[in-house]
Design a protein around this ligand. Structure first.
Ligand code: PGA
Length: 252
């Protein structure tokens, strides 16, 4: 099965609702090439407004996190029910900002991920090493732990039920991108691990996105790598022009 490239914009906490809807409109105006999937992840208060703009455009909507319960005493959380009500189909889980600033650990991330699957929401599991870990040659060990613990007790029957995003922490928002060779090396490693966790056929189907200072100038080379199946983009997704160029990698 072919892995359809996914170009995902993570707007973090950068936009107002008005800015988010305007940006969504500008991106939906395209050009959007065939054979690619586009995803926008606004902050939670903008989900409904952005969902309205995206309705019928073919662009997918995601939340930046997700709770495993749909209702209840969970102050500050995002309900899967509300995400779906807004038209959302996917959720970013375990972003490094959640791990580092809000102390989310692999157990909590695993709980969120299993919850999302239970609600038919496609989880995007983010993993990645810090600079210190890379310098200590601990990258692969860190990724293995994040993948194995994040996917503990997860059963999927096809590879289109899960997306993994490799985002080296030292590359996020820093302007430093992993080289295409570094990205391929870690993505290949992750796919081998996914084959061990699930099976080879499923691992071949799972899309592995790269994230960390992706921009119009480096996207083509990253997307040339065999195991890079898309990009999770922060800063460069905040302007329609640059995100549209990323969506149209190698074609525009
Ligand atoms: P960046 O963010 O593109 O601004 O580095 C990526 C991310 O955090 O997903």
């Amino acid at each position: 099965m072919e892995r359809i490239p996914l170009l995902a914009g993570n707007w973090k906490m950068f936009t107002t609702v008005a800015e988010a809807t305007e940006l969504a409109r500008a991106i939906a105006a395209g050009p959007l090439p065939d054979g690619r999937q586009v995803l926008l992840a606004p902050s939670a208060p903008a989900l409904t407004a952005v969902g309205d703009v995206l309705s019928g455009t073919g662009i997918e909507l995601a939340s930046q996190n997700i709770c495993w319960e749909e209702k209840g005493a969970f102050t500050g959380e995002i309900s899967p029910l509300l995400l779906k009500e807004a038209g959302g189909t996917m959720a970013i889980i375990g972003h490094s900002e959640r791990r580092q600033i809000f102390a989310e650990d692999n157990d909590l991330i695993n709980k969120r991920l299993r919850g999302a699957l239970g609600y038919d929401i496609l989880p995007i599991l983010c993993i990645g090493e810090t600079l210190e870990e890379r310098e200590e040659n601990a990258t692969m060990a860190v990724l293995e732990k994040q993948l194995r613990q994040g996917l503990d007790q997860v059963t999927i029957t096809t590879g289109d039920q899960l997306i993994v995003a490799y985002e080296p922490v030292w590359a996020i928002g820093t302007g430093k991108t992993a080289s295409a060779a570094q990205a391929q090396e870690t993505h290949g490693f992750c796919r081998t691990l996914l084959a061990d966790i699930f099976d080879k056929a499923i691992a071949q189907q799972i899309r592995i996105l790269y994230g960390g200072s992706v921009n119009p100038a480096n996207v083509d080379e990253l997307m040339n790598q065999t195991d890079v199946d898309g990009a999770l983009v922060g800063g460069a997704a905040l302007k329609a022009e640059s995100f549209l160029r990323i969506i149209n990698f190698k074609t525009l």
